[in-house]
Design a protein around this ligand. Structure first.
Ligand code: ADP
Length: 502
């Protein structure tokens, strides 16, 4: 039987999925299970690692059973995962010693303050590409070792293992044979040196984490063991964290390619090529999904806290719309009021402003301003915030981009896509298949398995619509000046500016 299918495991924050792709990159079948969220204390978020594994195993079996394909037709498996979420388990019993601490969890803020007071901020940005923040895995590992009885001693005896979700799934699926991760996931731990591509001794010492806990780091497209099913052994041959997988799925193995995912928040990544550098604007430097035989590539990453979330705010708090998709027709039929701006700093202002004390604001209201104007200004803010981040990336990396590749729920809105293109003066490229994260993992696995080569990605990724800029330079500048002015007025007075700190 010809091996022509790839299965992508897409283990996300709210759900676990398995997706079958055929050799043309078309989805053959999807299986999905929701994931239980635990909030034991304010600011804490946990998952059950056993539930994560079992939901992945169940979706894997289900997706094959209902696709009517033979197991012998599956060439390989790719894994993409929620990044930074941390599991520590006992290698002898195979049991986690604590729940998975999710990336969103803030319990390690004090550990982060401690690292800062040791003067490690510059070291961290230079060597890990990150900032000292509770998001990343390192402080979560330390918390588990410090707070689970006997954990530190066990770790020092070499009995405990650490992994992000990819590593945990690989270890479980290979029945404890393989303890490994890929470059893209390792670069989110705060423990990995992105310059010399090794676990970083200074960070391990600062957090008192024994090196024996850490997985082997491999290329994203390489074999991470095999999964046994019905007498067959299917290789896991591609692994990448969700955002880097999405960049890869968008053709982002090439320098200068940028993608934006418009979800609840927005995630922008831009491949900046072979040379890393430290951002002055608090952008992160991270490792792209890696291929054996190709040089390691770096990406700049910036996120927008309130992306689609501000559309939900219009719907759920202001009751101005019933469904997100209504905003498209409203924006298309409402004349632009040049002076009205909504700055959705609901959770502070992120990159490149970094003002966590800022609160949201509306500027430019007159007696003529109606609900549709407010809706339009809120929608526009997705595009303005994207320009803020992308402009910082372009300026810092001296890399020009001609196209912005897009994915995520809000890309369904043609108005936003057109306005984004107008505002950036670049082409916005929306692919037909928006499951680019899973596709990225499938590409990595399929390339390693010999089903595809790098060049096939651009052939398989089909364009749905290209949005080209349609407004004048004058108009673009005027609108963006107005936005910058509104942002400047939204900043809290205490905010340092410019700042590299959160
Ligand atoms: P996530 O993966 O973060 O849950 P999705 O990629 O599913 O997000 O996108 C959902 C977000 O996109 C929601 O915040 C929603 O408000 C927004 N959204 C969905 N459709 C539209 C639309 N047509 N116009 C504007 N925003 C939209």
């Amino acid at each position: 039987m010809k091996k022509k299918y790839i299965i992508a495991f897409d283990q996300g924050t709210t759900s676990t999925r398995a997706i079958i792709f055929d050799n043309k990159g078309t989805i053959k079948n999807i299986a999905q299970k929701e994931l239980t969220q635990y909030y034991p204390e304010h600011g804490w978020v946990e998952h059950d690692p056993i539930e994560i594994f079992e939901s992945q195993e169940a979706t894997f079996k289900e997706v094959i059973a209902f696709a009517s394909i033979g197991i012998d037709e599956i060439a390989a498996i790719g894994i993409t995962n929620q990044r930074e979420t941390t599991v520590v388990w006992d290698k002898n019993t195979g049991k986690p010693i604590y729940n998975a601490i999710v990336w969103l969890d803030k319990r390690t803020n004090t550990i982060c303050e401690n690292l800062k007071s040791q003067g490690l901020e510059n070291y961290v940005s230079k060597n890990t590409g990150l900032i000292i923040d509770s998001y990343f895995s390192g402080t979560k590992v330390k918390w588990i070792l410090d707070n689970v009885e006997g954990a530190l001693a066990k770790a020092q005896q070499g009995d405990l293992l650490f992994g992000t979700i990819d590593t945990w799934l690989i270890w479980k699926f290979t029945k404890g044979k393989i303890h490994a991760t890929d470059h893209s996931n390792a670069s989110r731990t705060l423990l990995y040196n992105i310059l010399d591509l090794k676990w970083d001794k200074t960070m391990l010492d600062a957090l008192n984490i024994p090196k024996s806990m850490l997985p082997v780091v491999q290329h994203s497209a390489s074999v991470f063991g095999t999964i046994a099913i019905d007498g067959y052994h299917i290789p896991i041959s591609g692994v990448a964290g969700d955002q880097q997988a999405a960049l890869f799925g968008q053709g982002g193995h090439k320098s200068g390619v940028a993608k934006n995912t418009y979800g609840t928040g927005c995630f922008l990544l831009m491949n900046i090529g072979k040379k890393p550098f430290v951002s002055k604007n608090g952008l992160l430097t991270t490792l792209c999904a890696s291929l054996p035989g190709s040089s390691i590539k770096y990406a700049l990453e910036g996120s927008i806290f309130a992306g689609g979330a501000s559309i939900q705010w219009l719907r759920d708090k202001l009751n101005l719309i019933e469904k997100a998709k209504e905003t498209e027709a409203i924006c298309n039929t409402t004349n632009s009021t040049d002076d009205l701006y909504v700055v959705p700093a609901f959770a502070g202002l992120g990159a490149p402003h970094w003002d966590m004390d800022a609160k949201g604001a509306i500027y430019g209201l007159t007696l003529d301003s109606g609900k549709n104007d407010i809706i339009k200004a809120t929608v526009d803010a997705l595009a303005y915030q994207t320009r803020d981040v992308l402009e910082a990336m372009i300026e810092e990396s001296s890399t020009q981009i001609r196209t912005l590749k897009v994915d995520g729920g809000a890309t369904a809105n043609n108005y936003i896509m057109q306005f984004q293109s107008d505002l950036l003066n670049v082409v916005v490229d929306r692919p037909k298949m928006l499951e680019v994260t899973a596709l990225g993992a499938a590409f990595l696995a399929g390339i390693q398995a010999g089903l595809w080569n790098k060049k096939d990605i651009s052939k398989i990724r089909e364009i749905d619509t290209l949005f080209s800029p349609q407004i004048s330079e004058n108009e673009r500048n005027k609108k963006y000046r107005g936005w910058k002015n509104a942002v400047a007025r939204t900043k809290s007075t205490t905010a340092p500016f410019p700042s590299t700190k959160k």
